[in-house]
Design a binder for this molecule. Sequence first.
Ligand SMILES: Nc1ncnc2c1ncn2[C@@H]1O[C@H](COP(=O)(O)OP(=O)(O)OP(=O)(O)O)[C@@H](O)[C@H]1O
Ligand SMILES: O=P(O)(O)OC[C@H]1O[C@H](OP(=O)(O)OP(=O)(O)O)[C@H](O)[C@@H]1O
Ligand SMILES: [Mg+2]
Length: 394
Amino acid sequence: MSLLQPFFQQCASAAFSISFPSHSFYVSVSKRTFISCCSSQSQTALVDAPVDSKIAERDEIRLGLPSKGRMAADTLDLLKDCQLSVKQVNPRQYVAQIPQLSNLEVWFQRPKDIVRKLLSGDLDLGIVGLDTVSEYGQGNEDLIIVHDALDYGDCRLSLAIPKYGIFENINSLRELAEMPQWTVEKPLRVATGFTYLGPKFMKEHGLKHVIFSTADGALEAAPAMGIADAILDLVSSGTTLRENNLKEIEGGVVLESQAVLVASRKALIQRKGALDTTHEILERFEAHLRALGQFTVTANMRGGSAEEVAERVLTQPSLAGLQGPTVCPVFCKRDGKVTADYYAIVICVPKKALYKSVQQLRAIGGSGVLISPLTYIFDEETPRWRELLSKLGI
Ligand SMILES: Nc1ncnc2c1ncn2[C@@H]1O[C@H](COP(=O)(O)OP(=O)(O)OP(=O)(O)O)[C@@H](O)[C@H]1O
Ligand SMILES: O=P(O)(O)OC[C@H]1O[C@H](OP(=O)(O)OP(=O)(O)O)[C@H](O)[C@@H]1O
Ligand SMILES: [Mg+2]
């Protein structure tokens, strides 16, 4: 709970603004649009327990998944692709199981509540956007990003201003900051749902006279309604900005975001089985996501020996595969004798380099090139697992 919350409750019927003198920021909040209001000064309010304090006892490990919104379906799809199907009896039931992970309980929650519940110890693991972790986690060191690139939910938190009026020739954050219009009496008015990241970004970039207001959605309307000069919101396709006559500016991206797997450090260290379960989920995610970018390529090649074929393949930069080509003899019977004039080579190639690889294979005598999708690539050890252990000091 924010330290400021009792104060907000007292003033709940009025619109008001609060200044944080050492930051030169104001946050204006109206009762109707109030979500939460915090500056970096009030952050300690969220850190309600030290990282090494004891966690609540329970047997199962809890994973929080988005209950609704644009992350929900993609998250279930990712888990399914990793052979971790979530068994939910009906969509309004908020608890579910993943049969492959017997000690794990899935809890469906709003993304921001997943982060809050990781901090309060009510969840151990969660999948949400990095923007949500950064906004509601507020740099709390109990939160650890286990996988930072789950490959969906891509968007950026970006500052946008009108294309018209006094902003017509403003195209960068520096130009915006240098506009003579912003003073103590008349600060730049920014509408945002990101009341932690917004002020932090402005402070870090030296924008002195800024005031924030907040609303739950449709922020892009605020400048045209005369409520704000700029907005700070998530952008993915850019359509909403364009349709509302707004533009992004150079240096105005606060954060690049996509879905991440996040954990409570305390839970990983203290809860029995939490680290093993995280390892298994991480391995499955890594294996699937690595495979997504690759094809298996099989081709036949005439040659005197496996080594000679391998030499030829390795002269081509796009044909090295993961650890080098697999070369196997293709046996056929000629004049009653079993011989191997051909060799089959099997390699993985990045999807982006597919056509170049096919050309290189042909150039060294490859024929009958077969391309198949790859489902998983399990490496000896995932680099992110090493990283996690080192973040945990293990
Ligand atoms: N264009 C986008 N706009 C908003 N979020 C996006 C976009 N693209 C990807 N995302 C990701 O989806 C996440 C969830 O967004 P969504 O609007 O579904 O939920 P929410 O904002 O938490 O819920 P609500 O709006 O009901 O409070 C965001 O935090 C972000 O990580
Ligand atoms: O760049 P785009 O692809 O146009 O997406 C950006 C828009 O999507 C989100 O709104 P959302 O759809 O969640 O509606 P909301 O305003 O009610 O939150 C976000 O807040 C932007 O308004
Ligand atoms: Mg939304």
